[in-house]
Design a protein around this ligand. Structure first.
Ligand code: GCU
Length: 368
């Protein structure tokens, strides 16, 4: 289905019918409106930003990756009305490259084995050694340390800590994707304090459900200079109107805890949703955005991921950026690097591989 056939809401036209014609108008009026629409209808409203009670406990050790990296293990501890919580940020900082270093923060929805702190196991899903060799710090945390990935009635994790008494829950209350994104923002709170890291050059990245999370984190937190959504699909980068593969109804049936309650009422009613996912991408403008697809990832729907990028471009153009600068889906394994947006479609399955990381870092080298 073409872009025109999808009848998308216009990211530039506000609820009062006025069209933003300058970056200032868009940032001042339309952007906050879109953000609120996503909070109300899709990801839910997080009850807290940076908590008053938050602390970082850092343990540093040298001599990783044949001396190329310093390891930091940072316990991020916080407290809310429902008790205390913590998650660990694992960080490898290049020992020999210029500092402060730029960084990639991975929201890891896979097992902890892909993020081995000892480096006895190495994984192309999080190729920390390669990231460090390119002069970037590699940071990672596990989503499930913030909030479990099953429907637990929002009793555990940060939901239980920050809105324990909220029963019945508001239909707009945050879901699990928003809880993980909140964690990425708290990781950023730490990174801002680390003199080895350049806080103005931190990219947030995730794959699949982690990719949806990275895009939402990038939308709510402008401190992220670059945002990467890999194979993020439904309620990630992919447009919902006209989407093939997974739909809003499918995702809410299988993962009822991911989004806010209101979102469930839009199953089969995509055209009535006041937003579509190109508007999520537009919230990242004018910062660097990278969307990546895979040829066999039909459930995510590469075409809907690509067209979403195209439909977000008018907002990049308001900022004087060309956006992606390609009108049609590029051939497989051929990245397109535009002024503000990068895109590629990799041959193969739903996954994140070393070749994907190469393209992300090449784009970061010129954009962040
Ligand atoms: C399921 C889900 C997708 C999600 C994926 C993943 O397939 O339907 O929306 O992206 O899991 O996180 O791997």
């Amino acid at each position: 289905m073409t872009i025109e056939q999808r009848s998308l809401p216009d990211p530039l036209i506000g609820s009062d019918g006025r069209k933003a014609t300058t970056a200032e108008q868009w940032s001042g009026v339309r952007r906050p409106e879109i953000l609120q629409l996503f909070r109300d209808h899709v990801y839910g409203r997080e009850p807290v930003g940076r908590p008053e009670q938050i602390g970082f406990h850092v343990e540093t050790k040298e001599g990783f990756m044949d001396g190329a990296a310093i390891r930091k293990r940072v316990d991020i501890r916080f407290e809310g009305p429902g008790g205390t919580g913590a998650f660990r940020l694992l960080l490898f900082v290049p020992a020999n490259a210029a500092k402060p270093a730029p960084a990639f923060l991975l929201i890891n929805n896979r097992g902890a084995e892909v993020a081995d702190a000892e480096r006895t196991a190495v994984s192309p899903f999080w190729p920390a050694d390669y990231i460090v060799s390119r002069g970037y710090a590699a940071a990672v945390f596990q989503t499930e340390e913030l909030d479990p990935d099953h429907d637990d009635g929002f009793e555990n994790g940060v939901h239980g800590i920050f809105d324990p008494a909220a029963k019945p829950r508001s239909p707009h209350a945050w879901g699990t994707i928003a809880a993980w994104a909140w964690g990425a923002c708290r990781a950023m709170d730490y990174l801002e304090t680390d003199s080895d890291i350049d806080p103005n050059r931190v990219a947030v990245i995730g794959h699949s459900r982690g990719g949806k999370t990275a895009l939402w984190a990038g939308a709510i937190d402008p401190r992220f200079a670059m945002v990467v959504g890999n194979n993020s699909g439904c309620t990630g980068a992919a447009l919902s109107r006209g989407k093939r593969g997974e739909t809003i109804r499918d995702i809410n049936a299988r993962f009822p805890h991911w989004f806010c309650e209101t979102y469930k009422s839009f199953g089969g009613r995509e055209s009535e949703l006041p937003v579509d996912q190109h508007m999520l991408l537009s919230l990242i403008a004018p910062r660097a955005l990278y969307v990546s697809s895979a040829t066999e990832d039909r459930w995510a729907d590469p075409e809907s991921e690509f067209l979403s990028v195209i439909a977000a471009e008018p907002v990049y153009r308001l900022f004087g950026s060309e956006g992606l600068g390609a009108a049609s889906l590029p051939p497989a394994d051929t990245p397109v690097f535009g002024g503000g947006i990068g895109y590629h479609i990799r041959t193969g399955k739903h996954n994140m591989e070393l070749s994907d990381w190469r393209h992300f870092i090449d784009f970061a080298d010129r954009s962040m």
